[in-house]
Design a protein around this ligand. Sequence first.
Ligand code: GLA
Length: 400
Amino acid sequence: MDTNRLLHLFEQHYGINQGEVRLFHAPGRVNLIGEHLDYNGGYVLPAALQIGTYLLIRSNADRMLRLASVQFEEAASFSIDELPTVKSDMWTDYPLGVVHEMNKAGHPITQGYDLLVAGNIPNGAGLSSSASLEVVIGYALLTLEGYPIDRTALARLSQRAENQFVGVNSGIMDQFAVSHGKQDHAILLDCDSLQYEHVPFQIQGYKLIIGNTNKRRGLVDSKYNERRTQCDEAVEKLKQVYPDLTYLAHLTSEQFQQAKHVLTDRVVCQRAEHVVFENERVKQSMKALREGDLLAFGQLMNASHESLRDLYEVSCEELDVMVQEARTVNGTIGSRMTGAGFGGCTVSLVAQAAVEDFVNTVGANYERHTGLKPDFYVCDVGDGVIELEWPAFIATDESI
Ligand code: GLA
């Protein structure tokens, strides 16, 4: 992304004046393993990407909050003394939600700002473009207002903006990964306590390839909320055996086996089984990564996909085809869907020497089966939200 060009666009849009334009960047994220565990109090293992959202921002003297985007045509401006309190179903809901939550947290904006955002995360692909936007706005406004920055508090504030203002009931994983990302490290996050650890993600000789199915994700919010309700129902039933249970992921697989007879609804039982075993897979993944056993990690990725497909039922034909095709490539050691599901992306761990073959073979076979043209990104793991110096350069993931 050419940040000088972004500066030029900013000045075209808002004019040139004495004020300093500052530049911020927040990444997207990929989840390596631990899917649909964040709202179940389990462990997740996401990593920040190098693709992300840039924000150019300058304070103004007229107490206006002006929002513009390179990707979206709609621009908006509001008096900071009369900010909307309900959403309008535009991209501007994300920044407004963050400002709203800053207010509620006792960190209001005290002056006006002109903002331009530009992103290279494909929208709606399950790589957290919305969390990236929320976190970059929150980080920049807190910085310019001189408020202290606590990255975990920023993640929670951004999550509240999404849950309460935008109205999507997501967990904490995305905003946390975008806030706390670290180059060449994955983040092991306990979503109950929010304790976390940066885990070196050493995959010498291998590459992470994200495959975008380009399948539009229909009804994802309602199906996501349905899964959450089913998990809550499972906890309620399991309290007959474990009265103090608060989250499904607190059960070991042995405890689950002993109690699952109370889950008489087959579907609810399957959802719970995914959560309990996926949580154990994250723990096993940590062991495998610490021991440098990438083959074992790849197998856990594969098992995660099977469970999301068969038990949690959040995969779809396009994701399954892409995963299946990925696994036929010599050099792929693991492949799974990533994110909420119902479309979006897969993540695969592939020997470096096989990357070209992977992209060509999976691309052609996927298109033949589904009629959709996929995109592939060969990824490195990047940093969390930061302020950049001018002239700024940030590596972007290679898109093929
Ligand atoms: C979406 C949500 C996250 C998480 C994942 C599934 O990305 O925003 O909170 O629940 O789905 O793991």
